[in-house]
Design a protein around this ligand. Structure first.
Ligand SMILES: [Zn+2]
Length: 290
């Protein structure tokens, strides 16, 4: 009798009970992780879509998690690293003065003047890499390799106006907000699978230094740049000349690095011509500086 009851209770009941308990506790752990993951995802979605702000220059509602002063601070923090990466600042002050004069003329005669951005223009001592770029908050850079190929002040205005366009349209901060959303979602997946979140900061800095904009951002910056050129008294058709220089530099031995951040100059010319046409339907006036 005792043997039967032993068999019945220990092997026949208890053991399967304990087997049942183990998978069910696993299930509740998984469920807790899943709920945590969902909570992180919801919070990151709310913080992304809750961070909307109106941009008066572009007339768009944007999703940006950084305050303007944080954006300016991040740009200033990354500045020395970028200057070093491109061989320091160009030593001839008269060339730097020209970059400053044209850059500040565009800012002060356009809508960019009323914005909070802290504009600074830097001529970089890199004679190999044809490039220009802007950091969030107003730090604008042009390499000597590009500067040296420009044929007129208007072309320099074209390059700088485009970069000022990236700053006022807050393309960098928008990218970071999107990256933040992505990070939040990755974090949610990691919480959901119980893995450690690593390398987030390294990724953020990497994104900032190797900022790549989409085609829409580039076209919007071209459009804004054209407006700033006209406000500054420059012939917007000079920007087409810049596109030709960029296309040429693609064929040479120089690293066409500009194209990683500014793709397809040929296709942009058509859009630039359309933008000029929309500002001057009766043709570009003659008094503008080439
Ligand atoms: Zn650009």
């Amino acid at each position: 009798m005792a043997r039967y009851s032993n068999r019945g209770s220990v092997f026949g009941r208890r053991l399967p009970m304990s087997y049942r308990r183990r998978p069910s506790s696993h299930r509740s752990m998984n469920k807790a992780r899943l709920m945590l993951g969902l909570a992180v995802a919801v919070v990151s979605l709310i913080s992304y879509f809750g961070s909307s702000s109106y941009n008066p220059v572009t007339g768009e509602t944007q999703y940006i998690s950084l305050a303007p002063h944080q954006e300016i601070a991040m740009g200033l923090q990354a500045r020395p690293e970028l200057i070093q990466q491109y061989g320091g600042l160009y030593p001839d002050q008269s060339d730097q003065d020209l970059v400053d004069r044209v850059g500040y003329l565009l800012v002060n005669s356009s809508e960019a003047r009323a914005t909070e951005w802290n504009f600074e223009f830097h001529l970089l001592n890199d004679a190999q890499t044809v490039n220009a770029f802007a950091l969030p908050g107003g730090q604008v850079f042009i390499t000597y390799a590009l500067y040296d190929q420009l044929e007129s002040e208007g072309q320099l205005a074209g390059v700088l106006g485009h970069e000022i366009g990236h700053v006022v349209a807050r393309h960098g901060a928008q990218h970071m907000a999107k990256a933040g959303l992505t990070q939040g979602l990755i974090g949610a997946v990691m919480a959901g699978t119980g893995r450690q979140d690593a390398g987030r900061m390294a990724q953020m800095i990497g994104q900032m230094v190797n900022m790549k904009y989409g085609r829409d951002d580039e076209l919007q910056s071209d459009h804004l740049g054209i407006k700033f050129m006209v406000d500054g008294g420059y012939d917007p058709r000079s920007l087409i000349g810049v596109m030709e220089i960029l296309a040429r530099s693609m064929g040479g031995s120089r690293q066409p690095e500009f194209f990683s951040t500014h793709p397809n100059p040929e296709n942009r010319v058509e859009k630039i011509e359309m933008a000029i046409q929309s500002i001057f339907p009766n043709g570009v006036p003659n008094h503008l500086k080439p």
